[in-house]
Design a protein around this ligand. Structure first.
Ligand SMILES: [Fe+2]
Ligand SMILES: [Fe+2]
Length: 350
């Protein structure tokens, strides 16, 4: 999960000017690229779950959203948005396009590696995944273009540097990123259907089938996890579940609550949104992970606010107060990380 900071030429306004709008000068372009144990991945034994593979392969092959992302659809922004709201919307678009494009690059790389290793069926499978992410990224890039902002995606791909992670880490984190992506899109979609006056851009009309793509991607990764039963067994399975759930939830809380402007623009309370996304993603993960966090006592969710507060205090403190604030922040992180988990009945093979 390397964050590759890229620089100015990757993004510019289409008028050809070099100077960027102030809200895009921040380092938004931080795609994540990983590389993994491709040789081990090529040994994936699909005979462990042949029916699961066939079913999800057929679903991906059906390409339900082939015609959904209408290339001619108007993505023009509504003129009623104030300049500050437009800036918030554009920052969201840039972060999203980078994240979708990173997914495309990763899946494409995995697809190529599988094909080279003679695993044509898995190569084709990941080609379906990369097809969807390319479509998502392309659609967002079009929305940005209608804002007069051009993101040079192919160039961004060339600049990437990847960091190595074990296969199990990649599968756990991919599963979560797809499922949390699903919940984020579907919850925004539900909110905007109930509050149509808040749907400030036509882009949001496309969210529902879009989120079903992410949901299917999560199911694809779950199928692969089932083909590696050792990853979800015993202490290792528990630690991997704990680490990835906690990391993804913490990152979500810090990102959503610290950059709450976008959610407020849509009339969504970022704290409540973050909480709902975490609850739902934790629940969904019961289908794939051997352990998930226990939320019934409310401790995990309550601690998000304490952590956020400690994080802000640490960031704003100076001098001798800084290490004290950092210690408090870290101790809260450790406390939340160690909160009780519960075993799931995720179906396993082997
Ligand atoms: Fe996507
Ligand atoms: Fe996806």
């Amino acid at each position: 999960m390397t964050a590759t900071a890229s620089t100015a030429p990757t993004i510019k306004n289409t008028a050809g000017k070099n100077e960027l709008p102030p809200h895009l000068n921040e380092n938004l372009l931080t795609p994540r690229f990983y590389t993994t144990e491709f040789e081990k991945a090529a040994k994936t034994d699909l005979n462990i779950a042949p029916e699961d593979f066939e079913a999800i392969f057929k679903e991906m092959e059906a390409d339900y959203n082939l015609k959904h992302f209408d290339r001619k659809a108007s993505l023009d922004r509504l003129n009623e948005l104030s300049p500050s709201d437009k800036a918030v919307y554009e920052s969201y678009l840039v972060r999203s396009v980078i994240s979708e494009f990173s997914g495309f690059l990763l899946f494409k790389e995995i697809s190529n590696r599988f094909k080279k290793a003679g695993r044509q069926e898995l190569g084709q499978f990941f080609q379906f995944l990369s097809r969807d992410e390319a479509r998502h990224a392309g659609f967002l890039a079009r929305a940005l273009k209608s804002e007069g902002i051009n993101v040079d995606l192919p160039n961004l791909g060339k600049k990437r540097a990847a960091q190595f992670f074990p296969l199990s880490w990649v599968l756990y984190s991919l599963y979560l990123s797809e499922k949390i992506g699903y919940w984020r899109y579907i919850l925004i979609n539900r909110h905007l259907k109930a509050n149509p006056d808040k749907a400030c851009a036509p882009l949001f009309d496309f969210f529902e089938p879009w989120c079903q793509d992410e949901n299917r991607h999560g199911d694809c990764i779950n199928m692969l996890m089932r083909c590696w039963p050792g990853m979800t067994k015993g202490f290792r399975g528990k630690m991997l579940s704990r680490f990835f759930l906690w990391t993804v939830f913490l990152t979500h809380t810090l990102t959503v609550c610290e950059r709450g402007d976008f959610y407020k623009l849509l009339g969504i309370d970022p704290v409540l949104f973050d909480e709902e996304v975490i609850i739902q993603t934790n629940h969904t993960s019961r289908n794939a992970f051997p352990w998930v966090y226990k939320f019934e006592d409310g401790k995990f969710l309550k601690m998000r606010m304490e952590i956020l507060d400690a994080f802000r205090k640490w960031r704003e403190s100076s001098g001798l107060k800084k290490p004290v604030a950092l210690t408090k922040f870290i101790s809260l992180l450790l406390k939340q990380f160690s909160l009780p988990m519960e075993k799931t009945s995720a179906m396993r093979y082997g």
